[in-house]
Design a protein around this ligand. Structure first.
Ligand code: GLN
Length: 199
């Protein structure tokens, strides 16, 4: 089974570890540069994107992460993780950096503060069956994407799921629902990326 790390600096790490295990991956928390060498894919959890970026700098893992993502490591970011995978943030807080990897511009807290949390059915390209239950918690949306970025889902006209090559991102949190189809999609991406070497 593929080994998939969850960036364990802040956020809902445990929920992703559980969801990945349910999707037949070997899941482990990762926070140090040397741990990055041992994984076939990486999840960047939801939480607070500025905090995660500052801790990534402190742990010396931001630059190694950028390098591995640039080199094609499969990555999946949810909510704050989506923000971290954006090449550009519309309204960054001071000191906020991203890993990048997806040619898109994101707007943080886009769905508003008043209704900080809501759920909505989301139809995702590549996920068969019923729509997934999208849990949005002070969620970002994707303001615009570049030519290489594929839009996988929208909610009320706003982009909430994207893929560019080996990088996948959602504004919402499938790890909180018990429905592992999005994690399975990511595990399949990781398996496909690994396949040539194991032939
Ligand atoms: N609003 C948060 C941020 O800017 C993301 C919230 C979340 O991950 N649920 O990082």
């Amino acid at each position: 089974a593929p080994v998939i790390g969850v960036l364990a600096l802040q956020g809902d790490v445990r929920e992703h570890l559980t969801a990945l295990a349910a999707a037949d991956a070997v899941a482990r928390p990762v926070r140090r540069p040397e741990e990055l060498a041992e994984i076939d894919g990486l999840v960047i959890p939801g939480g607070e994107s500025t905090t995660i970026s500052k801790l990534a700098v402190l742990f010396g893992v931001l630059e190694p992460l950028r390098e591995r993502v640039r080199a094609g490591l499969p990555v999946y970011g949810t909510c704050a993780g989506l923000i971290l995978l954006a090449d550009k943030i519309l309204d960054p807080r001071s000191g906020q950096e991203t890993i990048g990897g997806i040619d898109m511009i994101v707007r943080r807290n886009a769905f508003g503060r008043q209704n900080e949390s809501f759920e909505a059915a989301v139809d995702i390209k590549g996920v068969d069956g019923d729509p997934v239950e999208g849990v949005f918690i002070r969620a970002p949306w994707v303001e615009s994407v570049g030519a290489r970025t594929e839009v996988l889902a929208e909610h009320e006209g706003h982009i909430v799921a994207v893929r560019q090559g080996n990088a996948l991102a959602t504004s919402f949190h499938p790890e909180l629902t018990g429905d592992h189809r999005v994690h399975s999609l990511f595990v399949d991406m990781v398996r496909a990326n690994r396949a040539p070497e194991s032939l």
